[in-house]
Design a protein around this ligand. Sequence first.
Ligand code: PYL
Length: 270
Amino acid sequence: MTRLTSEDITNIPQTLDQYDLELKHKTGCTLREIACMAASVSENKLSSASANLKVAAIPISSGQGIIPHFAQAVQAITHHIGFSSFTTDSYDIAGLAEAVNRKAQIIFLADDSSFVAVNLPHMLVVDNNEATARGYVAALESMARGIRNRQVLVIGAGKVGTQAIRTLKEWGARAGIFDINAEKAEMVAKEYGVTKEDDLEQALQHYSLLFDASPASEIIQAKHIKSDTMIAACGIPLGLTAQAYSLVKDRLIHDPLQIGVATMLAMTLR
Ligand code: PYL
């Protein structure tokens, strides 16, 4: 999992309204609607939950330490989709105690290997990897006006890519999987009965719907962009060259945290 930098996320709070407008333009859905779709939670359920539940984002100092603005970005995203939320003043264990003492029912916390949302009353844990995969598939479904029976190439057979394969199958898409580690791709292809793509260059020529869950940069180039190409790219950094980006930017979904966090919150309400 690529570790975000403060520069990746510092502008999230003040750009959420603009980001939501872009999402609506590209997919026809708001961030909140995508999260509900991804979590299979009704907007009414989300609305009633947002009126009753409080959210806390707790900075965690373990491993490589706190990423400045990370907890604040999480808090801003949860607030943006309607929840009362705060970032704890304390971090780690003291932050957890503060969150509970300030009556938060849902807490978000991340170390270097896991990022989870916990619904304390429901004793439910949601992982960012699953939520991100579900959220980006929902965004692709909306942007493509339906992916049932459509071929979708997943690049990257890691935790997010594997969950994306599972979710694409749930949505009736015909998924293909490529990973630089052919054995990883083979395992996922066999487990989920999807096509293993051995040659990324050939696959990018063939598929129009792409789900980039890899940390590789500049693997999607201008020559791979067709008039009907649509890309859901949750991988950090973005895997497109500048030329490819300029050709497909209106049909590209990519953010460092927004869709994943909004979907995590919706999934804690299931
Ligand atoms: C959750 C993000 C998405 C991509 N990479 C993941 C990442 O950067 N994880 C590390 C998060 C560390 C947060 C730090 C803090 O500020 O609480 N422990």
